[in-house]
Design a protein. Structure first.
Length: 408
């Protein structure tokens, strides 16, 4: 069992928490994702995103349909999340935010853009085109598969670059120091302005390309954009008007220990159950290659601890073993449970990262945990799991008893 409650979540419920999953077969837990996937593909197809010409025209500025449709979807989802959060129906902690790696993401974005303009598709729209029977879409999907395999094979060589520029879970609200509803309001207003700008851009470049400009936005669409902006304003007003319960700072004796094994397993099975916080100085946190995945630097989020949702556990660690009463004073602002990694980063590296775990840490594991350890090591290091050969079949000698009888 894990050291913290609720860490035995499955991968399905951990990444798609529409229901608790209790009493629901594992196969059925993916049903909402499958239904939403079909709905998303249907909307893309009806929007014309199964046609490479429509998608590529975005880069030539004479048809901004891709920008209009996708920005509408982003703003609609953002406003919905802000409203649900403001009314207490959703915790922002329930939304999975991947870790940011600045330089690999910049290079990956450039490569994705190059692939987009060459093929006319992004990964999602290529699947829509392939499902529609388009050969170019099928070839693009094949290219995505081949590229993924090549990346996996080259990962041991480029791993140092792939892990560079690590910034932890980096979000605009935390970066700008503003609340989510305020940011959503700004995005909704920006969308309305940029939609009008896109109309002007199409009017300039469509005649130059010898194309007919698409019909202007319908008044109903402009009304929808205005409604989204108004909904964002309502979300801000509600967020600011809601009473704030005073944060109860965790006492030192309430800080629970968690082992490196349980922390690693939790990050795999249910990463949204944890906030991971690196207590080392900023240089060691940002430039070190051994930082625990999803970890944030204390210097970056110290002022935001009080606003973090208490539904997650705050997993903190230093370079080595830390005593609960020696934790930084900033942690008292966090309103939820605080867990301290036993042995700190050294224990994490010795048990999870290194190919040969430390003997004392290995001896503390159960037989079940020892069996899972190679998989955790593979997950966090990208190395292959050594497959244990099957035990040889035992040779059983059976005593053959001589039967009596016969002719005499």
């Amino acid at each position: 069992m894990s050291a913290l409650p609720g860490l035995e979540m499955t991968m399905a419920t951990g990444f798609f928490p529409l229901f608790s999953g209790e009493g629901v077969p594992p196969e059925a837990q993916f049903l909402p994702a499958i239904l939403l996937g079909f709905a998303f593909g249907f909307v893309l197809e009806r929007s014309g995103f199964g046609n490479a010409r429509v998608l590529a025209s975005q880069f030539y500025l004479y048809n901004m349909r891709v920008f209009k449709v996708m920005f509408t979807a982003i703003v609609t989802a953002a406003v919905g999340v802000a409203l649900a959060t403001s009314f207490g129906q959703l915790s922002f902690a329930d939304l999975y935010v991947p870790e940011t790696f600045l330089w690999p993401h910049l290079v990956g974005g450039l490569l994705l853009g190059a692939g987009f303009i060459i093929s006319g598709y992004c990964p999602g729209t290529s699947i829509v085109a392939a499902a529609s029977g388009r050969v170019d879409g099928m070839l693009t999907v094949l290219g995505v598969v081949v590229g993924s395999v090549v990346y996996a094979e080259l990962y041991p060589v480029i791993r140092e670059f792939a892990d560079s520029g690590a910034m932890g879970v980096f979000t605009f609200p935390a970066w700008l120091g503003i609340g989510l509803p305020i940011l959503v309001l700004a995005v909704a207003v920006m969308a309305a302005v940029m939609f009008l700008g896109a109309e002007k851009v199409e009017g300039i470049f469509a005649p130059k390309a010898g194309k007919t400009k698409e019909p202007s936005l319908h008044k109903g669409t402009l009304g929808l954009l205005g409604g989204l902006a108004a909904a964002g304003a309502v979300a801000v007003a509600v967020f600011l008007a809601l009473p704030r319960a005073p944060a109860t700072a965790p006492a030192a004796e309430d800080v629970v220990p968690i082992t490196a094994f349980d922390a690693a397993r939790s990050l795999v099975e249910n990463p949204r159950s944890l906030h991971v916080l690196d207590l080392r100085d900023r240089t060691a946190c940002t430039e070190g290659k051994d930082r625990i995945p999803l970890a944030m630097c204390l210097s970056d989020v110290a002022s935001d601890l009080a606003a973090m949702p208490a539904g997650r556990t705050l997993l903190v660690y230093g370079e080595g073993e830390l005593a609960p009463d020696s934790l930084p004073a900033e942690l008292v602002a966090f309103p939820g449970q605080v867990a301290l990694l036993s042995g700190g980063l050294q224990a994490w590296k010795q048990l999870i990262v290194e190919a040969a775990p430390a003997a004392d840490l290995l001896a503390s594991l159960t037989a079940e945990q020892k069996a899972l350890l190679p998989a955790l090591h593979s997950y966090f290091t990208g190395t292959a799991v050594a497959v244990q050969p099957a035990a040889p079949r035992p040779t059983i000698k059976r005593e053959i008893k001589k039967k009596g009888g016969g002719c005499s």
